[in-house]
Design a protein. Structure first.
Length: 167
């Protein structure tokens, strides 16, 4: 096992500290006065038709009927009047699609896996969820960790941009 350290490519850290990764979970004010949006976590980006119907109904009732999907496999419901936020946060479906998920779950993205892709060799969503739940019980974190799971060299889940990438 080599005991040498790698030589730095640059004498200074090239990552600009003012650029921080962010997520859209929880309630955030919009530019439009009196309105907010809410970011909801979808476990490994998977949602069933009945749950999607319920989320769409909530978007109609509390917002403008619009739902946005994020590149992190989550959902945003925009255009919610601030006076309606408290009632929306009490809806039972938000216990499944949390506006405040645990740190490890926040950053978990799993490729579709062999259920829907013929190129992959493993089932990624259930496996990534199970392992993340187990790790969550073993560690305590103070900030999110981006974990990405992909099942083939095409790397649709973009493991190269993760803190921890599984291929």
């Amino acid at each position: 096992m080599p005991q040498q350290q790698l030589e730095r490519a640059s004498p200074e850290d090239l990552v600009q500290k003012q650029w921080e990764r962010r997520d859209y979970f929880g309630v955030h004010p919009q530019k439009q006065e009196g309105y907010s949006f809410i970011g909801l976590h979808l476990l490994v980006g998977r949602v069933q038709a009945g749950d999607m119907d319920e989320l769409a109904r909530l978007a109609d009732e509390y917002g403008s009927g619009e739902i946005r999907l994020t590149v992190e496999q989550n959902i945003i419901i925009p255009n919610i009047e601030n006076s309606k936020i408290e009632a929306l946060l009490k809806k039972p479906v938000l216990s499944t699609f949390s506006p405040d998920p645990p740190f490890l779950m926040k950053g978990l993205v799993a490729y579709t896996g062999n259920q829907f892709c013929g190129q992959t060799i493993i089932e990624t969503k259930a496996r990534s969820l199970k392992i993340t739940e187990e790790v969550q019980q073993q560690v305590s974190l103070t900030k999110p960790v981006r974990m990405r799971w992909t099942g083939c060299p095409n790397t649709c889940a973009q493991v190269q941009v993760a803190d921890i990438g599984f291929m």
